[in-house]
Design a binder for this molecule. Structure first.
Ligand code: SF4
Length: 152
């Protein structure tokens, strides 16, 4: 199987969304994703390296070197893309922020409720707040309601 598109696009971390969009219309997508499942770089079948590393991390047996290796790779891939803090890594990986902090071995104080309240007071909507904070839409709605009740 050979991809007919420019390979540079599929290995450029700044072009990942564009590459994934191309994969979206490719008939070879499923086979390509399977072929690239263990690849540490590049877009394969519409999957990016972080998604694949997280899939391998979740599939690996807990407390094994294989699992630790995948996590280390996830952190490295996140850093390459500018995601270095606990919340950013949590958002990208879907791993709870406190669990990310534990894995990173860093102290982390959950100030997301205050952050949601602050952003809401500044006029940001739930969707924008979610993009910045990374909580579920429901949790953000709850926190906005709480902050509005406190402010009333
Ligand atoms: S799924 Fe994407 S990377 Fe794979 S062959 Fe198709 S366009 Fe190329």
């Amino acid at each position: 199987m050979k991809c007919k598109y420019d390979p540079d696009l599929f290995f450029d971390v700044t072009q990942e969304e564009a590459a994934k969009a191309i994969c979206g219309g490719c008939p070879m997508r499923k086979a390509c994703a399977e072929l690239g499942a263990t690849e540490e770089h590049g877009i394969w079948g519409g999957t990016d390296p972080i998604e694949r590393a997280m899939a391998r991390f979740r599939a690996a047996t807990p407390q094994t070197q294989a699992r630790d290796h995948e996590w280390d790779l996830v952190v490295e891939l996140c850093a390459e893309r500018g995601y270095t803090d606990v919340l950013a890594i949590s958002k990208v990986t879907g791993v709870r922020a406190d669990a990310v902090a534990t894995r990173l071995g860093v102290e982390w104080v959950d100030n997301r409720a205050a952050l949601v309240a602050e952003l809401s007071a500044k006029g940001y909507g739930p969707k924008e707040i979610r993009e910045k904070v990374g909580l579920s839409q429901r949790r953000i709605q709850e926190l906005i309601k709480q902050s509005q009740a406190v402010a009333a």
